[in-house]
Design a binder for this molecule. Sequence first.
Ligand SMILES: CC(C)(COP(=O)(O)OP(=O)(O)OC[C@H]1O[C@@H](n2cnc3c(N)ncnc32)[C@H](O)[C@@H]1OP(=O)(O)O)[C@@H](O)C(=O)NCCC(=O)NCCS
Length: 186
Amino acid sequence: MAPGGESVPPPRLRRGRLALRPTQPEDCAFVLAVERDPDNARYVGQWTAARHRACMDGAGWVHAVIEEAGEPVGYVVLQDADDPDGNLLLRRIALARKGGGRGRAALILIMRYCFEVLGFHRLWLYVAEHNKRALRLYLGLGFVMEGTARECAVEGGQRYSMHVLSLLEGEYRLRLATARHRRVQL
Ligand SMILES: CC(C)(COP(=O)(O)OP(=O)(O)OC[C@H]1O[C@@H](n2cnc3c(N)ncnc32)[C@H](O)[C@@H]1OP(=O)(O)O)[C@@H](O)C(=O)NCCC(=O)NCCS
């Protein structure tokens, strides 16, 4: 699909035990529980069920559940999937079950969706400067730090900065080709 095309293909991808599928209204309780988990609430904004539902069928929004062996383990929200310039914003990712490379595998599915399904040029995101686990995940998959929005966010009266990171299609393809050459999975 060309960036900014008429309809956004649904996120249906699989990689081993992990899969992405469109979030359904009945998944709302799960999504809110993951979002409100104190280990996640420190790093992701807190939305109402109505806001999540609006995202599920809002133009340019992609809301997906991350499943492992058929069980929901997290969710992801993507924004600007109708951007004519081909920039997809990874607005939110949160897992109920973390570690063991789950986040990495989920992000690879999101990269595939962005570059291979949508045919987009750039996948980008904001990450809080103190979110070391997420930073390590993004940098480990080849995301490049573009800059820092200094002291742009506030929580509990404390200001903090957000880094802007992105991955370009060419960087993704090079990574994929290198992995194939080495006969390993990305
Ligand atoms: C960010 C998140 C999706 C990553 O998923 P995950 O399953 O924990 O990630 P992985 O197991 O794939 O590990 C990712 C990397 O972080 C590293 N890591 C794990 N815990 C860490 C910690 N406390 N500090 C720093 N790095 C850590 C891992 O070793 C791994 O790096 P490596 O591949 O170089 O070894 C998940 O932790 C999460 O939901 N966090 C809360 C919400 C959040 O922060 N969302 C992102 C907002 S931008």
